[in-house]
Ligand binder design. Structure first.
Ligand code: F0G
Length: 470
């Protein structure tokens, strides 16, 4: 039988599972927790899979394992070289790093839309606003379907394709469904999308339809859609592509590699990530910890997660029990992407926060809306869920947790065009209720830019310019 390049380990009870025995719901039959992909060749480096300078390996077995380890300098060079290749698997900002995600048996099965390779922007206006001068945005909204989901979808869907599935499925607040539908279409596969009725942004719904998914709106919320889908995949030969699928997280590691590469293999002091189902922070944490283990970098950033106040089960869990227990909440926020009350990957997220020394914050509706406008004013923009990262930044600066000269990367997860209704309502002044705005009224007024309606008259336009002293 073919030797697998990777194995799956339960993150709860640490049990290993044969790939053939994996259940359709990707949960451990013993303890119900989620799996994580592990590469035996690397953990052989130091026996424990921890720390990992690998310099003092002793004994024949360890020595042999050490010889299997990728060489950091060679990898850095190779990854850069691949960017100028004309091959699809090299042009993809995910598969370019395939040495750190060897999950396929045959690279012919890669399904890619040239995802990844997204920009890292220096936020100069935010420096004026906050006094912090090394703030960057890693814009995952600049992916083919407009969100970070593409990086995980190319990996997990390629696995589904390689394993011969013809149907894939997800429950989604919108972005996962858009990404899955697109990648399934590329592979000639069928896709089933379950979304909460009336609770996802139109841009995302339109994508799923355009890419040909079977799209079902259920009269429930995201958490209800997950419950239904978990049973559907048990009864039908459909491959589950929600982020409980550990192969999604392997692809979602790659923005961390890109950030390190874009910062000349320094890592930022802080990385701030929005939290919904809590897979993304976990994936990025895995990436930074693996990079350190392999000697690609010498430290990890503090990884912090920010949730919407109306969908804050992790924030509450940290406040109430230090992340020991999580009580699901009835989620409600206009940042519909993160309207999730019972996040699947919360235990993984807690581990990453603990391992990196990060924190959890929450953001009110008015704080999110203002932060989104501020990111827009940088000429960058993002969807509402992504803007919680800016709120987190401001709160961590105010609390003295982040220093003004430390380097911080905000992970922007979705493109501003994903939810243009939200943006237009904000600028019209119809998004927020008076009682939600509270003390932020002044700042919000400064950022609002409503349209002006005039007759088609040159003088009328010039008068407006004059008023603004142009
Ligand atoms: N930001 C955006 C734009 C998202 O779409 C999501 C999740 C998140 C942040 C949160 O990431 O779940 O890994 O903590 N969207 C999922 C979806 C749930 O179905 O599109 P997470």
């Amino acid at each position: 039988m073919m030797q697998e390049s990777h194995r799956l380990r339960c993150t709860g009870c640490a049990r290993l599972i044969a790939l053939a025995d994996l259940k359709e719901n990707f949960r451990c039959p013993e303890c119900g927790d989620l799996y994580e992909v592990e590469y035996p060749a690397w953990s052989g480096q130091n026996g424990s899979g921890q720390n990992g300078s690998g310099q003092n390996a002793s004994g024949e077995a360890e020595g042999a394992a050490k010889r299997n380890l990728p060489n950091p300098s060679a990898l850095r060079w190779l990854w850069k070289e691949r960017r100028s290749s004309t091959e699809l698997k090299d042009q993809s900002g995910v598969w370019r790093f395939r040495d750190l995600l060897p999950i396929l048996r045959d690279e012919q099965h890669i399904v890619s839309l040239r995802e990844g390779n997204t920009p890292l922007y220096h936020l100069v206006r935010t420096a004026d606003l906050t006094g912090a001068d090394r703030i960057f945005a890693k814009h995952q909204g600049m992916n083919p379907t407009g969100s970070f989901k593409d990086t995980g979808m190319t990996t997990a869907l390629s696995v589904a394709y390689e394993r011969g599935f013809s149907w894939v499925a997800c429950a989604s607040t919108g972005n996962t469904s858009a990404a899955m539908a697109a990648y399934a279409a590329r592979a000639g596969m069928r896709s089933l999308v379950l979304i909460p009725e009336g609770k996802i942004a139109w841009g995302k719904l339109s994508q799923a339809l355009d890419y040909g998914a079977l799209t079902i709106q259920l009269k429930t919320d995201f958490d209800g859609c997950v419950r239904v889908l978990t049973e559907v995949v048990r009864r039908a030969p459909v491959y589950l592509l929600n982020s409980v699928n550990p192969y999604r997280l392997e692809g979602q590691k790659t923005p961390a590699l890109e950030i390190a590469e874009q910062m000349d293999w320094e890592v930022p002091d802080h990385l701030i990530v929005p939290g919904g189902n809590l897979a993304n922070g976990s994936a990025l944490g895995k990436a930074f910890l693996e990079m350190k283990q392999l000697g690609l970098t010498d430290r990890v950033p503090r990884i912090s997660i920010v949730q919407a106040e109306g969908a804050n089960p992790l924030y509450r869990s940290m406040q109430e029990s230090g992340g020991e227990r999580l009580t699901p909440v009835e989620a409600d926020t206009r940042a519909s992407a993160i309207r999730i009350g019972n996040p699947a990957s919360w235990r993984k997220a807690v581990k990453v926060i603990r391992a990196t020394g990060g924190w959890v914050e929450e953001a009110t509706e008015a704080e999110i809306a203002l932060a989104k406008a501020e990111i827009g004013a940088e000429g960058i923009g993002c969807e509402p869920a992504s803007a919680v990262t800016m709120v987190g930044l401001k709160k961590f600066l105010a609390a003295g947790k982040i220093g003004v000269h430390e380097s911080v990367v905000l992970l922007l997860t979705g493109h501003t065009l994903k939810d243009s209704d939200y943006t237009i309502e904000y600028h019209r002044g119809t998004l927020l209720r008076e009682e939600e705005i509270g003390p932020l009224g002044g700042e919000i007024e400064i950022t609002r830019r409503n349209t002006i309606e005039l007759d088609a008259d040159v003088d009328a336009v010039l008068r407006v310019l004059e008023r603004l002293a142009v």
